[in-house]
Design a binder for this molecule. Structure first.
Ligand SMILES: Cc1cc2nc3c(=O)[nH]c(=O)nc-3n(C[C@H](O)[C@H](O)[C@H](O)COP(=O)(O)O)c2cc1C
Length: 328
């Protein structure tokens, strides 16, 4: 059986299907949509160490967690010990997160230019000192999200992962691409497998998991402890249940019609309004709706209507008209 619990320090993940951190996406409204699918763990969007220290309002908002979403990991990005340690202490003592994750995989120029995210892969000794200092400063388990290396000429994930384990990290999630590949190109399954074989802490395999077959492929070719799924969830949140059922060898029949899918999305919209302001929920739902419909017939026209909607009533009208047109 591929399904199992994962122990991250003193935190037990009930299953090994994990939701990846996604900046601009994985805030509490997005996570509230996924709670009922019961993934083993959800990781927040990356949170700036300096934003925490400067008490930036938006950053502090990102540090909030929901009562029913445990276990939840908040992800920190930054580079310098002087700012990362107090920021990690804040997550440790002033928030309800269960795990603190350190971003060592982000490829975007804004983050890399400050020597954070994936640029830490080029400074293994510094990354080691950073994680070690954070582990010593906090009580909650610390984990690391990384890539296989900076580029194809500098793949160093095995040595890097060993250093992370030595620094006290309690789990590693590895996106099987280099920084240069960003989000496209072949996954280095062999490197993920080598990382898994090189360390004793749990390892999650990440990258291009879009269905049961690709989830199984990740588990079986690399031997990782679990899978971390990002983009595919945006279009198909039921994937969490499907993969879990497959891993734990349970029956699962996906019987959703498009109408059911929209009903589900609407119910999440209402829930989101309950936990955030309506204007914020509407803005978020414009994005979620457009990801959600990718692949549906006439999704382009539907998308252009969703990105301009201003209320639940408008959402209802758009969906009703779309379904009516499709039934003709
Ligand atoms: C919109 C977007 C935002 C992302 N933001 C983060 C982030 O904040 N922290 C991080 O470690 N990875 C981030 N990632 C990378 C994902 O966590 C994941 O590693 C990557 O998308 C590959 O997995 P997937 O193929 O399942 O999407 C982001 C990816 C996307 C598409």
């Amino acid at each position: 059986m591929l399904g199992k619990q994962i122990k991250v320090g003193n935190v037990i993940l009930d299953n090994n299907v994990i939701i990846a951190p996604m900046a601009g996406v994985s805030d509490i409204s997005f996570r509230s949509m996924l709670i009922d699918f019961k993934p083993g763990l959800m990781v927040s969007e990356m949170i700036s160490d300096k934003g925490i220290l400067y008490k930036n309002e938006r950053t502090l908002e990102m540090c909030k967690t929901l009562e029913h979403e445990h276990p939840i990991s908040l992800q920190l990005f930054g580079r310098d010990l002087e700012t990362m340690i107090p920021a990690a202490k804040f997550l440790d003592k002033e928030t309800d997160c269960d795990i603190i994750d350190i971003n060592m995989g982000c490829p975007v120029a804004k983050v890399v230019s400050t020597n954070g995210g994936s640029s830490l892969l080029k400074e293994p000794e510094h990354a080691y000192e950073l994680v070690k200092a954070i582990v010593e400063a906090v009580d909650k388990p610390v984990t690391v999200k990384m890539r296989v290396g900076w580029d194809s000429t500098s793949i160093n994930a095995v040595e890097f992962a060993k250093l992370m384990e030595k620094s006290g990290a309690k789990m590693i999630a590895i996106h099987g691409r280099t920084r240069s590949q960003k989000y496209k190109g072949d996954i280095y399954y062999d490197v993920i497998r080598d990382v898994k074989n090189a360390v004793s802490i749990p390892v999650l395999g990440n990258g291009d998991i879009t269905d049961i077959a690709s989830a199984r492929h990740m588990m079986e070719t690399t031997g990782v402890d679990g899978v971390m799924i990002g983009r595919a969830i945006l279009n198909n949140p039921w994937l969490i249940e499907e993969v879990k059922a497959d891993f734990f060898e349970k029956e699962y029949a996906m019987t959703m019609t498009n109408e059911d899918r929209f009903k589900w999305l609407r119910s999440r919209f209402i829930k989101m309004i309950e936990i955030t302001e309506e204007s914020h929920a509407v803005k978020k739902m414009r994005g979620f709706s457009t990801w959600f419909i990718a692949g549906l017939p006439d999704s382009k026209a539907l998308k252009s209507r969703f990105i301009r909607m201003n209320s639940v009533a408008e959402f209802d009208r758009i969906v009703e008209e779309y379904l009516e047109e499709r039934n003709v």
